[in-house]
Ligand binder design. Structure first.
Ligand code: E4P
Length: 244
C-alpha cells in the first residue's frame, strides 16, 4: 500500500483453512482444557485409560464434560480386549455425545471392532499404532483416525517421525480418508516435524501446548517494546491521541 493511500486500501479477506493441521489436547484435566480452549486453537481432545485413571474421576462423566467444552472429536478409549465387548463399549461411549470418537487398540479384535463401529457411522480412532502396515490395516478397516505413537518409538531408539512419513505416503497413494493423528508427542519439535511430515492432527499434552506459544526472544522483545512504549506517555485508547 502506498503511503497516504489509506482511503483506497482494502484489507485482504482472511479465511481459516479447514485443511490446516488440527491440534488436539491429550488430557482429562477439564480445568486446563477450558483454559487452553480459550485460545480457539484446540480442535479436539484425546484421552486414554491411563489419563482417566490419573483423573481419579468416573470416565463417562469426564468424557461428557470434555465433549461439552470442545466441538471437535473427543477420543474415549474402550477397556475391553475382545471385539464383541469393544463394540458394546464403543456403542455406549458413542451415546455420550455426537463428537465422541471411540478409541480402540490396534489389535486383531480392535480392527474387527473398528470395522463394525465405522459401519455404524461411529468415528473410530485406532490407537497404539507403531508400524505403517498397522496403519494400512486401520485405514482399510474404516478408521477415522490412526494414532502413531511418536514419542514411544523415539524412546526405543527408533525414528517416530519416519513412521508419519511412511503412513502419509501410503494413505496418499491409495487415497485413504483416515486422518493421521500424531500421538505421544513430547516436544514442540515433535509438533513441527509432524506438520512437516503431513500429519492431519497432533495430540499434545497441555504442558507442550503451552511451550508451542513460548519463546524467550518473544518475552525479551515484548519487555523492550513495553518499556519503550511507556516512555512515550501515550495511550492508544485515549481518544485525544488521534486528535493531533
Ligand atoms: C494418544 O492418543 C495417547 O493418549 C497419548 O498421546 C500417549 O502419549 P504417551 O506416550 O506420552 O503416554
Amino acid at each position: 500500500m502506498a503511503a497516504g493511500n489509506a482511503a483506497s486500501y482494502e484489507a485482504p479477506h482472511f479465511s481459516f483453512r479447514e485443511a490446516a493441521v488440527q491440534l488436539f489436547l491429550d488430557t482429562t484435566d477439564t480445568a486446563v482444557l477450558e483454559e487452553l480452549a480459550a485460545t480457539g486453537l484446540v480442535d479436539g481432545v484425546t484421552t486414554n485409560p491411563s489419563l482417566i485413571a490419573k483423573s481419579g474421576r468416573p470416565m463417562l462423566e469426564v468424557i461428557a464434560e470434555i465433549c461439552a467444552l470442545v466441538e471437535g472429536p473427543v477420543s474415549a478409549e474402550v477397556a475391553a480386549t475382545d471385539a464383541e465387548t469393544m463394540i458394546r463399549e464403543g456403542e455406549r461411549l458413542a451415546q455420550i455425545a455426537p463428537n465422541v470418537t471411540v478409541k480402540v487398540p490396534l489389535t486383531f479384535d480392535g480392527l474387527q471392532a473398528t470395522r463394525a463401529l465405522s459401519r455404524q457411522g461411529t468415528m473410530v480412532n485406532v490407537t497404539l499404532c507403531f508400524t505403517a502396515v498397522q496403519a494400512l490395516l486401520a485405514a482399510k478397516a474404516g478408521a477415522t483416525f490412526v494414532s502413531p505413537f511418536i514419542g514411544r518409538l523415539d524412546d526405543m531408539g527408533f525414528d517416530g517421525m519416519r513412521l508419519i512419513d511412511e503412513i502419509r505416503t501410503i494413505y496418499d497413494q491409495y487415497d485413504f480418508d483416515t486422518e493421521i493423528l500424531a500421538a505421544s508427542i513430547r516436544t514442540p519439535d515433535h509438533v513441527k516435524a509432524a506438520a512437516i511430515a503431513g500429519a492431519d492432527c497432533a495430540t499434545i499434552p497441555p504442558e507442550v501446548f503451552r511451550r508451542l506459544i513460548q519463546h524467550p526472544l518473544t518475552d525479551k522483545g515484548l519487555e523492550q517494546f513495553t518499556a519503550d512504549w511507556a516512555g512515550t506517555g501515550q495511550s492508544i485508547l485515549d481518544a485525544r491521541a488521534f486528535d493531533a
